[in-house]
Design a binder for this molecule. Structure first.
Ligand code: ZN
Ligand code: FE
Length: 239
């Protein structure tokens, strides 16, 4: 299983999950279609599934064009069936979605939106977190409560430490500024920031990040209780 990172729109990431055996692929959150089409054309890749973490347009904008062109099936959370046009397969919290050689556990992670989910490819130790968990940050709370977001992040935090995190946006550098302001003595964070800057200077994504590093460096994952988490989230929203 190979992951290709595809830049979409301003700062979105979409991901292709390719099974090298049969060239079947899933795409996660195609914010637009043409970067995906450009990547897969002439490579014999068969785009079987479109996986959506949530209904925001920057994550589903390419859905229908891809579905029409390749006959792909759209997979999304059951509660979002009326706001993700063309959805084919509805999944539930804690369900294992298994088809072809793809196998992922679904985690309902409300907070950013009420129907947000993460796709955990547990065999490969990779999770697609959309706008719930970013590298060194977390999503804004639009539809949920602070408590829901805190609990959603805690679900992800419990996964194996070596899990690779693939999130919805390249926000890592901006996020790192907020983390270091509030956690100025964190040596591991300083090391991570050096690595991040090097990657960006070379035109590379800072994604994937590793859960272990996020637990040590991401101020939102370091928050021990809802009060601290709420304070930090408010502070960041107003910064
Ligand atoms: Zn969003
Ligand atoms: Fe987004």
């Amino acid at each position: 299983m190979k992951i290709e990172i595809i830049k979409c729109l301003q700062d979105n990431y979409s991901y292709l999950i390719i099974d090298n055996k049969n060239k079947y692929a899933c795409v996660v959150d195609p914010g637009e279609s043409y970067p995906i089409i450009n990547f897969i054309e002439n490579k014999g890749i068969k785009l079987r599934y479109i996986l959506n973490t949530h209904h925001h347009y920057d994550h589903i904008g390419g859905n229908l064009e891809l579905k029409n062109k390749y006959g792909s099936k759209i997979v999304a959370f059951e509660d979002d069936k009326d706001r993700i046009p063309g959805v084919d397969i509805l999944v539930k919290d804690n369900q294992v979605w298994k088809v072809d050689d793809f196998e992922a556990k679904i985690y309902h992670t409300p907070g950013h939106t009420s129907g947000h989910i993460a796709f955990h490819f547990f065999n490969e130790k990779k999770i697609f977190t959309g706008d719930t968990l970013f590298s060194l940050g977390c999503g804004r709370i639009f539809e949920g409560t602070f408590e829901q977001m805190f609990n959603s992040l805690n679900k992800i935090k419990k996964l194996p430490k070596e899990t690779e995190i693939y999130c919805g946006h390249e926000y890592t550098l901006q996020n790192s500024n907020f983390c270091i302001q509030n956690d100025p003595k964190n040596i591991k964070l300083k090391d991570k920031i050096t690595k991040i800057k090097k990657k960006l200077d070379n035109g590379l994504p800072t994604i994937p990040t590793i859960l272990n590093e996020e637990i040590e460096c991401n101020i939102f994952l370091k928050a021990k209780n809802i009060e601290t988490f709420t304070k930090l989230r408010n502070l960041k929203d107003n910064s």
